[in-house]
Design a protein around this ligand. Structure first.
Ligand code: NAD
Length: 187
């Protein structure tokens, strides 16, 4: 029996956006199983990390279900890729981080990443890393999408529809605006 190609991809998904989805589309074409690490899992309710790990798991899970359905319909994949979505807390020692990740997720033989630090740490550990091109990086990035939420600009065009629904369900825009607002003045 051929060996299972199981890959690892990590992101903060603050929020999950269309750039992540383009990377995931490519990965799903190349592997049998995929572990998605939801990084900085301990973080939430800040401007850089407004969403909890649980909310981000919901975003990624729904978005991957939709993507899989679309790819099956288009004939881009023959069968669904087995998915594992695992929250991973940061540890504040980069040299030990790969071991930390390996201790928390199923075994994998290849990592997909465009994050320079992640690439460096896995390559130093002797693990194959594949990168993709950056997709519309100026717009498809968490910082820009969070800025749009705070400023009241259009953000929904940059995330899958099901992710926008999760953000609305949890009151995400109100949350990030409140966190970003200045201290309430004494009356
Ligand atoms: P992210 O959500 O910003 O990005 C996830 C991945 O998608 C990255 O590879 C990124 O390059 C790629 N990507 C994003 N937008 C893209 C686009 N438009 N086109 C193509 N690719 C795109 O998450 P991140 O910050 O890269 O996640 C890394 C996680 O690993 C963080 O949670 C970080 O804290 C964690 N980490 C922790 C340690 C430690 O604890 N010591 C060390 C290294 C990394």
């Amino acid at each position: 029996m051929a060996e299972i190609r199981r890959a690892f991809f990590i992101g903060r998904f603050q929020p999950c956006h269309l750039g992540h989805m383009e990377v995931l589309r490519k990965i799903l074409k190349e592997v049998d199983e995929l572990i998605v690490g939801v990084g900085s899992a301990q973080e939430s309710h800040t401007i850089e990390n407004p969403f909890t790990a649980g909310e981000r798991i919901l975003m990624v899970s729904r978005a991957l279900d939709e993507l899989t359905e679309e790819m099956l319909k288009n004939g881009e994949v023959e069968k669904p890729v087995k998915l594992y979505i695992i929250p991973l807390e940061d540890i504040y020692r980069n040299s030990l981080w790969v071991s930390h990740v390996k201790s928390m997720v199923p075994p994998f033989s290849v990592v997909y990443s465009n994050n320079p630090l992640v690439i460096r740490l896995f390559r130093e550990a002797g693990i194959e890393v594949r990168s993709t091109k950056l997709y519309r990086r100026l717009e498809y990035q968490g910082t820009e999408i969070r800025r749009r939420m705070i400023e009241g600009e259009n953000w929904k065009d940059f995330v899958p529809g099901c992710v926008a629904e999760v953000i609305e369900e949890v009151g995400g825009v109100e949350r990030i605006r409140e966190i970003a607002s200045k201290d309430v003045k004494d009356l």
